[in-house]
Design a protein around this ligand. Structure first.
Ligand SMILES: Nc1ncnc2c1ncn2[C@@H]1O[C@H](COP(=O)(O)OP(=O)(O)OP(=O)(O)O)[C@@H](O)[C@H]1O
Length: 274
């Protein structure tokens, strides 16, 4: 009897472990404009497991940002289903936090700390007494403790992105959604931010869905890479990128993997000549 009672939670635990954190099933996403219906993604399916660094890679206009909007709950599929931990996503929620490319995603009248506390205030996710400490810990994690009382206009682009990342992670979301977060940075800062994001991941092991159209960035950041076709976006391939690190970027294996993805995106001809 006791054993039978114990079995149920174990089975429930096993089932939870087997359920992907995020499941995207046959999802078609569309925009209705005044003149026409634009199909951004067509019957896209993939699963994201806990602690994945999951990359959506594809040419401009293939629907990467639209998929993030769908996962964020800002756009509903016209076909298919997106679910988080087995529950259908029907709208935005604090369990999914987004970081964008734009530097102006911060509130200019709030300090760094104020910005990081803002979503806690808005959602009441944690007790009020914890907001400041939680925000400060996140600000420290991204190396901005000295700038906690500064306003966004006094910060560099990279620092603003760090604040946006701190603000998202401070909410302890189930998934961090990043839409080309480093695309507007100079090459050196971009590389540093990639390293820092990976350090943060090593530390906290969050689940990440990251949009980029840089093959190099996808390989460096990702544990899994979904390669999408041009408009309307579909899945061309799903690849394992765990063996590749930033420091391997010059290796033959890394370059061969890069060429393989390049071929998938731009056709075999480019591989032969590239
Ligand atoms: N608000 C909108 N209204 C109508 N069509 C839209 C809207 N936003 C995006 N689209 C269209 O949906 C398709 C997918 O756009 P999306 O921005 O998701 O692509 P993307 O892969 O993120 O591109 P990029 O890499 O250039 O950001 C494109 O054809 C785009 O023109």
């Amino acid at each position: 009897m006791a054993l039978a009672m114990m079995r149920e939670p174990l089975e429930a635990q096993a089932q939870q472990a087997a359920t992907p954190l995020l499941s995207v099933r046959d999802v078609t996403l569309q925009y209705q404009t005044r003149r026409q219906i634009v199909t951004a993604t067509y019957r896209v399916s993939f699963d994201v497991q806990r602690q994945d660094r999951f990359i959506l890679l594809g040419p401009s206009g293939c629907g990467k940002s639209t998929l993030l909007k769908g996962i964020g709950g800002f756009l509903s599929p016209v076909e298919g289903e997106i679910s988080l931990a087995g529950k259908r996503i029907t709208g935005p929620g604090a369990d999914r936090m987004m970081v964008f490319q734009e530097f102006d995603q911060l509130l200019p009248w709030q300090t760094v700390l104020g910005n990081v506390m803002f979503p806690m205030r808005k959602t009441g996710r944690f007790p009020r007494s914890e907001w400041r400490d939680r925000a400060m810990r996140a600000v420290e994690k991204v190396g901005l403790a000295k700038f906690a009382d500064s306003h966004p206009h006094t910060l560099s682009g990279g620092m603003k992105q760090r604040v946006a990342i701190a603000r998202a992670l401070a909410m302890e979301p189930e998934i961090l959604l990043m839409d080309e977060p480093f695309a507007a940075l100079d090459a050196l800062t971009r590389r540093r931010m990639q390293d820092e994001l990976l350090e943060l991941w090593n530390d906290i092991r969050f689940t990440l869905v990251f949009v980029t159209h840089s093959i190099q960035e996808a390989i460096v950041i990702g544990s899994r890479i979904v390669v999408m076709t041009p408009h309307p976006g579909q899945i061309r391939a799903e690849l394992d990128a765990t063996p590749f690190k930033q420091e391997d970027a010059g290796s033959e294996e890394f370059m061969a993997f890069n060429r393989k993805i390049n071929g998938m995106l731009f056709g075999e001809e480019k591989i032969a000549h590239g």
